[in-house]
Write a protein that binds this ligand. Structure first.
Ligand code: FAD
Length: 335
């Protein structure tokens, strides 16, 4: 049975071998392994343990066979899993982490909306302090994570006798490259004894877009308050993004002013991105915005104020009026 009684787990001390296996949560996106998961798997490799992948969507099996370096795949299937409800998945994961046969010493999950919902619950069920948003694995027990919107990098060590629960910031790791099929032992687990819970899935509103997904886009064109309104944002940002096949982002000022949807917000309270190219248009470079994009490989800033802080982190800076520069740049790129 995969049912679990939280009261039995609470306050149990979890002595475990430091080097057991790593249980990696596989998040799915449109029946594919999410790009955040592929980055998390790369981080998991650094722990040096055999990696057991656990997926709540059995359609991922063939793709999981292409992930190099797994030791085993666990598949759980139930219609209640389709929405990644943390109330349903967390007790099941807590039980797996305690499974003697799996001998889990580390649990890893991407630091996405799904991961952020699940990890604290698993931590509470097992009475273990999770370590969230890891950007560097120094050893099997020492990790680095950003705090204060990325202004300080904290090094934390987990106690020697505890299992380690980690979420990994996907932008800090490259995605693992899928290789030709290897066939792993895969085990389908029964999941018919899911605890009855007082929750109900009501609905979801998804923003559908043909553009590259922001958190995995290789290029991003991002607009700030200087875009003035939705019409000019649409007129200037999207054609440039189209010319580069880039994702579109924005500052909180642009989102709050209604220039674009809030799913585009990049920063401390928005998405964290690290594309190869980030073009910041009319963005001042407030620390809360930098927290979401400063790890981009090449940052290009166009701003009419030469003292704007964005120029402190830009690799290429262009001082000037974006209303003149952007249409010209777009035209040149199209040609
Ligand atoms: P501004 O700071 O107003 O900058 C506009 C820039 O455009 C200026 O540098 C100006 O020189 C330039 N400009 C104007 N006209 C032109 C022109 N014609 N051509 C070229 N350049 C021009 N912000 C985020 O972005 N993401 C977050 O997640 C986020 N989270 C926050 C969380 C908290 C708790 C708080 C307090 C704030 C947060 N903010 C966040 C807001 C942040 O502090 C800034 O207010 C915001 O990032 C500023 O956005 P902006 O750069 O578009 O606007």
């Amino acid at each position: 049975s995969l049912g679990v009684k939280p009261s039995l787990l609470k306050n149990q001390r979890l002595a475990s071998a430091r080097f057991g296996s790593t249980l990696a949560f596989i998040e799915s996106s449109n029946d594919k392994i999410s790009s955040s998961t592929l980055s998390t798997l790369n981080a998991a490799k650094e722990l040096g343990n055999p990696i057991v992948a656990v997926s709540f969507n059995s359609k991922l099996q063939s793709e999981l066979n292409k992930v190099p370096g797994l030791s085993k795949i666990l598949l759980l299937e139930n219609e209640k899993f389709s929405k990644n409800s943390p109330e349903i998945l967390s007790p099941i994961l807590a039980k797996l982490i305690q499974d003697q046969n799996l001998d889990v010493s580390h649990f890893v999950i991407p630091s996405t909306a799904v991961g952020k919902n699940i990890l604290p619950r698993v931590g509470a069920l097992l009475d273990i302090q999770p370590i969230s948003d890891v950007i560097k694995i120094e050893s099997a027990s020492v990790f680095q994570k950003p705090i204060y919107a990325g202004n300080i990098i904290q090094t934390v060590e987990s106690p020697a006798d505890s299992k380690v629960l980690l979420s990994v910031r996907p932008s800090a790791y490259e995605a693992v490259e899928l290789t030709s099929d290897s066939t792993y032992e895969s085990q389908k687990l029964e999941s018919d004894e899911i605890n009855e819970l007082n929750i109900k899935w009501v609905s979801e509103n998804l923003t559908v877009s043909e553009r590259p997904e922001l958190t995995s886009a290789k290029k991003i064109v991002s607009g700030g308050r200087a875009l003035k309104n939705k019409e000019t944002f649409d007129k200037l940002i999207y054609p440039l993004a189209d010319a580069l096949n880039a994702g579109v982002g924005a500052t909180r000022a642009a989102v709050d002013a209604g220039f674009c949807d809030n799913s585009l917000q990049i920063g401390q309270t928005g998405k964290i991105v690290s594309p190869d190219l980030y073009i910041a248009l009319g963005i001042s470079g407030a620390i809360q915005h930098l927290a979401g994009m400063k790890d981009s490989k090449v940052i290009v800033a166009i701003n009419k104020d030469e003292d704007s802080p964005i120029f402190n982190i830009a690799d290429v800076g262009l001082i000037g009026d974006l209303y003149e520069i952007v249409p010209e740049l777009t035209e040149k790129l199209k040609n």
